[in-house]
Design a protein around this ligand. Structure first.
Ligand SMILES: [Zn+2]
Length: 188
């Protein structure tokens, strides 16, 4: 799931990165909008059956089961076997693994931080070139190979200033590093 944020970062820029401390956006990446619904129901109801979840969420049973398996696979939700007091039949009672959620968020924050740092290194170690029609961006080596002429429109490539992007990346890296550090050094 980490390459998702990487793609967003590469194609839309730093400002578009979904911030990893946003739990719901992470849940959505795991199992879509329905997973968000199920997750919210599990947050406020411990030991609940898939049938009850389906009823509250207004979702079909097979959809709820699909989502529960996904949450279980990510170790976010677990179940225990119980008995229905009325029918005496076995039922599966679902609950959230709160501590796993925190670990998952932590892991994701670190992955995003690595992507941000890689991008920062790449941006600070390279010179970038662009033609005046903004067809395509080139690193120095590629611009050199096409003799600083855009292969699409034929106009001259000029170096672009990535100072703003570097500053933005630096800010996000500091922000995220602080979030991770605060989490690791918090008092229980
Ligand atoms: Zn061009």
């Amino acid at each position: 799931m980490y390459h998702v944020c990487y793609n967003i970062l590469m194609h839309k820029g730093v400002e578009f990165v979904m911030f990893p401390h946003n739990t719901l956006s992470m849940i959505e990446e795991i199992g879509g909008q329905n997973a968000v619904k199920v997750f919210q129901i599990l947050s406020s109801n411990k030991d609940i059956t898939d049938e009850q979840i389906a009823e509250i969420a207004g979702l079909k049973m097979n959809m709820v089961r699909k989502v529960l398996y996904k949450l279980n696979e990510s170790q976010l939700a677990a179940y225990r076997r119980g008995r229905d007091p009325e029918t005496g039949w076995f039922v599966y009672l679902w609950f959230l693994h709160q501590e796993k959620l925190e670990i998952l968020i932590q892991r994701r924050q670190k992955a995003v931080l690595r992507v941000l740092q890689q991008r920062f290194d790449f941006e600070s170690q390279n010179a970038f070139y662009m033609c005046e029609n903004k067809c395509q961006q080139f690193v120095f080596q590629d611009a050199f190979e096409v003799s600083f002429t855009c292969p699409t429109c034929g106009s001259l490539l000029v170096q672009i200033d990535n100072g703003k992007l570097l500053k933005a990346l630096e800010g996000k890296i500091a922000q995220l590093s602080k979030i991770i550090k605060d989490f690791e050094t918090r008092e229980f």
